[in-house]
Design a protein around this ligand. Sequence first.
Ligand code: MG
Length: 392
Amino acid sequence: MKSIAILGSTGSIGCNALKIAAMFPERFSIKALAAKNNIELLARQMETFQPEVVSVFDGATAANLRRILPADCPSEILFGEDGYRAVAAHGSTDVVLSAMVGAAGLLPTLTAIQAGKEIALANKETLVMAGEIVMETARHKGVRILPVDSEHSAIFQCLAGQRRGDLLRIHLTASGGPFRDRPAHTFHTIKPADALKHPNWTMGQKITIDSATLMNKGLEVIEAKHLFNVPFQAIQVVIHPQSMIHSMVSFQDGAVIAQLGAPDMKGAIAYAFSHPERLPLGISTPDLAAVGALTFQHPDLAKFPCLRLAYEAGEAGGTLPAVLNAANEEAVSAFLAEQLTFDKIPLVIEAVMSAHGNMTSPTLTDILQADQWARQEARTLIRKGFQKPGMG
Ligand code: MG
């Protein structure tokens, strides 16, 4: 029996993880849950899984949660940063699924690593912001970090049984998002509702916008660098609109190994929970004859500058990846609030990156300060009605 804590239980990854736990009650037991403020869903999850401890975003949300729970609910209810840390380090868990949205996932995930918990990592921002510190802490604590991001799970599966010295390259596949074939000069007219229609995957709002700008792929490049300890030059992105191949690796003898499957996150989550065993998840294998053709193309970095910016931030290292991430989170939330047009998202990020005095070998405090600085800077630019530098 594996005991699991979920950071981000009401999000898309968290809900899929709970579906797996419900399918295999003899294998998985849910001991702790953390969510932001979706208390109706959290209360239903608590009723089904009876976790020992639960945490939400703040005290008011915790009070509202208590109000809708049955009076005899045995779960301990916590809130805030301390509550999230308590869930992450909860005594009776073996594995922590890190699936909060964005930068908020970093500190609870680090707490779980420091407590010696195995990590099933869906929150890529943890590695984008503080990859060196997170991986070093995991090594020091002897903690495994198993990828849940579908591309990184695919790479992990392709590398099973291979000699790492033979690895030549990682090929991260990307669907290209809903605007792959849309002319860039029309990007300023894109509405949030258009960008929230991902062609192949059903995901949360933030990651769906990141998929439309290709920032998600850029963050995944940085994530792959840290997870698999390969240089940026050895990580290539290839556009693959059918989303059938989840990623590939190539070796020095010219061989390429790809991992294929239906676009269902349960596959990657269950593999992180049960590796090296594979569970009967009821996901049907793709009918390749029905799919007909798998196609590939190079990403268009002029049309999707976010991918280029992520490579630049990753190569530079230091606090710049955290700045990239923070500016992106602010730009995406401004776009969703219709305060920023889609075409300006990369311009805001690039301007914030240019204004940043990068710091090499940063401490965690340096990284968190850079994150806060970049958010302020991005908000100021957005409030001023962002103009491209030199255009007025
Ligand atoms: Mg992914």
